[in-house]
Design a protein around this ligand. Structure first.
Ligand code: FCB
Length: 470
């Protein structure tokens, strides 16, 4: 089979995962892959401007690139869906670019809508369930100029946008995911300033949190008006690991353990408690220069805690947390020391942290926890072609294999996990890192746009097909 200019060569995978029994996931478990609009779509002149365009043009990206072309997916959609079909996935998580659907408030971009309309039809024609994320960080620039997530009105605008999307796709999308990782968008985009919009609003971060949570709740209502499609949110979960002065778990003190609980509240629970419990953790008060009560208006918490049907878990690694006297949020995230394998991002590879996080969620929320989908998990690797030109990304195969085993262990421990999406289908534009970090099951040559499946693609295809055979 030929994809673009690349040829799929059938090579057996040679990782340590090869030959091992398939991770024991229950019958009916869904295997999928995930992408996001700004990271793959390109076709930037066929949509409105987003905060990531502005941030990249202002020089915020490590390799100086922009997402203008990315994987040119908008113009190569049929080829990319053919890759999904050949892979055999049951679900594809993609995101919709808000500025492609609504370049400005008064306009609905029919061509933009029609792109997603065709994508969804193409997926369904190939028996792939479309899981659509409404917001994966690409806020329209005009909304940012008006105050972005600092402003309550942005939440109402998000509900209008959700309504517009659902009126086009609501009869065929099989799961809505309202927001992607509001914690990361808050922390890296509005505090650290290393993601778009590249600001630091401390000490008044809470409006950014609350208006995203409110946007989620208002969107749930808007989406429900179009039918009974399951709704979820994809949060980033970092398993809270206390670490000591040498950054290893073995040397953590009581103060470090307390700091880890604070981190859990600020990064994980801040975006889960309001939805599942109808309140913010007490630590929310740290995030505002006033009181949170001035920002939360009557009725907001019941809007935000409207029941959802699934919880999306994005997991990459635990977060090492040490006590700190100097950090603004009273915790530090120095990473984790010790002899872990590391991805090309230098993230430690700790698959059991995923099992631990899933069990922690079950312990924290009990019966209020809806079924879980792993909406992202994967690794950046230094993929080097072998002499025959194919990519033998054994590191990625081992990473995915071990994390799927961790999911199976969590299910054995009583956590209801329904599906798993590899991040990502394609090498793509990795935000502040530009094209330098490759996460794909499929290699993309960004000069020619040729797609060439890696060994991990063939491994995942075999795993899916073995699961289908039972
Ligand atoms: C997540 C993002 C996703 C991708 C991965 C590596 O935080 O949701 O878009 O960048 O990290």
């Amino acid at each position: 089979m030929r994809f673009g200019d690349g040829v799929v060569v059938s090579e057996p995978a040679v990782s340590t995962a090869a030959g091992k029994p398939t991770p024991a996931l229950p019958p009916g478990f869904t295997f999928g892959v995930a992408t996001s609009a700004h990271q793959i779509e390109g076709a930037c002149d066929e949509r409105g401007v987003s905060v990531w365009d502005t941030f990249a043009r202002a020089g915020g990206i490590a390799d100086g690139t922009t997402g203008d072309v990315a994987c040119d997916h908008c113009h190569r959609m049929a080829e990319d869906v053919a890759l999904l079909a050949d892979l055999g996935v049951g679900a594809y998580r993609f995101s919709i670019a808000w500025p492609r659907v609504q370049p400005s408030r008064s306009t609905l971009n029919l061509a933009g809508c029609s792109f997603y309309d065709r994508l969804v039809d193409e997926l369904l024609a190939n028996d792939i369930a479309p899981l659509a994320t409404l917001f994966h960080w690409d806020l329209p620039q005009d909304l940012q100029d008006a105050g972005g997530w600092m402003r309550r009105e942005t939440a109402a605008r998000f509900a209008d946008y959700a309504d517009a999307v659902a009126s086009v796709l609501g009869d065929r999308v099989q799961q809505w995911i309202t927001l992607n990782e509001p914690s990361v968008h808050t922390e890296l985009g509005h505090m650290a300033g290393i993601h778009a919009p590249g600001v630091n609003v401390l000490p008044n971060l809470f409006p950014v949190v609350h208006h995203q949570m409110l946007a989620h709740g208002l969107a749930v209502a808007a989406l429900r008006a179009h039918g009974n499609v399951p709704i979820s949110i994809a949060n980033s979960y970092g398993t809270p690991w206390p670490v000591g002065p040498d950054l290893t778990p073995g040397t953590a003190s009581d103060a470090d353990r307390a700091a880890a609980l604070t981190y859990d509240a600020i990064h994980n629970r801040m975006y889960t408690d309001p939805i599942l419990l109808g309140r913010y953790p007490d630590e929310a008060e740290y995030l505002t220069s006033g009181t949170i009560g001035d920002i939360i208006l009557e009725g907001d918490m019941s809007t935000i805690s409207t029941p959802i049907d699934a919880l999306g878990v994005n997991y990459y690694n635990p977060t090492g947390v040490a006590a700190s006297e100097t950090e603004p949020l009273r915790y530090a995230t120095p990473g984790i020391g010790g002899e872990w394998p590391r991805t090309a991002f230098d993230w430690p590879v700790i698959p059991d942290g995923l099992r631990e996080m899933l069990v922690l969620l079950k312990d924290q929320y009990g019966d209020r926890l809806p079924p879980i989908w792993i909406t992202e998990n994967g690794c950046a690797a230094d993929d080097q072609p072998g002499e025959d030109g194919t990519i033998r990304d054994d590191v990625r195969i081992d990473y995915l294999d071990q994390h799927l085993r961790a999911v199976a262990a969590a299910i054995d421990a009583g956590v209801d996990v329904r599906g798993y999406c590899v991040w990502s289908l394609l090498d793509n534009w990795e935000w502040a890192e530009g094209f330098s970090k490759r996460f794909g099951l499929v290699q993309v040559d960004f000069e020619t746009q040729a797609r060439v499946p890696k060994a991990s693609y063939r491994w995942y295809r075999e795993l899916i097909s073995a699961a289908k055979r039972g």
